[in-house]
Design a protein around this ligand. Structure first.
Ligand SMILES: [Fe+2]
Length: 240
């Protein structure tokens, strides 16, 4: 049996991420999967990236925020997001990332595969078809059926929606661990999941754990970043 820690959408919220890895120690897992969006919206992108950079058995992919940061660093124009306070967060992140962490981000793919015996696992930020597709658990069953039939995977691990779920459609598992650092359901606690895979059984358990939100708020203030993000982390709601 293989045990895998599923993390995603950390959004540079190292206090939330650290609470997870302190409580659910990484050495207990065969793999640690990160579905992307390590960066932007909090002030700890370097601490977050460094943690993954220094560990083996991690499978990391880029999310949309990470890809935008890489585009800014290449000198390309930031077309989206349009909102001024969001753009401030992107530029702050791109200006503050350390060189080793930039190199690591540049080395990451936008999707990854993991084979465990006969079980094929695909890791996506959006979906198998589109890295920017937001797949919610209540979306049309037909979309899940298409993805189940069009892909070679038995398990799809996804991020981007920030909504934790586990659906089985046509025998294919669709798992989103939720967002470690930026939940939108009114509960600011970190969301993540543990996947266990054996030849007989695939099981998923979701978790929510509290962390010191005040550390994030203090740091945002010290960095003179928009107050709306302090409120977002405190309330666990999307405010812009
Ligand atoms: Fe995200």
């Amino acid at each position: 049996m293989k045990k895998i820690l599923l993390l995603g959408d950390i959004h540079a919220n190292y206090p939330a991420f650290n609470a997870v890895v302190q409580q659910f120690r990484p050495d207990r897992f065969d793999f640690i999967i990160n579905t992307g969006d390590f960066t932007v919206y909090s002030t700890f992108p370097n601490e977050t990236i460094k943690w993954f950079r220094q560990r083996r058995k991690t499978i990391c992919i880029l999310g949309n925020t990470d890809r935008r940061i890489l585009r800014i660093l290449k000198g390309k124009k930031l077309r989206r997001p349009k909102k001024k306070e969001k753009r401030v967060m992107y530029f702050w992140t791109s200006e503050n990332l350390l060189p080793d962490n930039i190199e690591y981000l540049k080395s990451l793919p936008t999707q990854a595969d993991l084979s465990l015996g006969a079980i094929q696992i695909g890791v996506f930020h959006g979906t198998f078809d589109d890295a920017d597709e937001t797949l919610f658990p209540h979306d049309a069953e037909g979309r899940f059926i298409e993805l189940a039939n069009d892909s070679p995977y038995h398990i799809h691990i996804m991020g981007h929606s920030h909504v934790p779920y586990h659906k089985i459609v046509d025998g294919v598992h669709f798992i989103n661990p939720g967002s470690v650092g930026r939940m939108f359901d009114g509960d600011p606690r970190a969301s993540f999941a543990i996947l266990e895979v054996s030849s007989e059984r695939i099981s998923v358990k979701h978790f929510r754990i509290p962390y010191r939100v005040e550390e994030v708020v203090k740091s945002l203030k010290e960095c003179h970043l928009p107050d709306i993000y302090s409120e977002m982390f405190q309330t666990g709601q999307k405010l812009n």
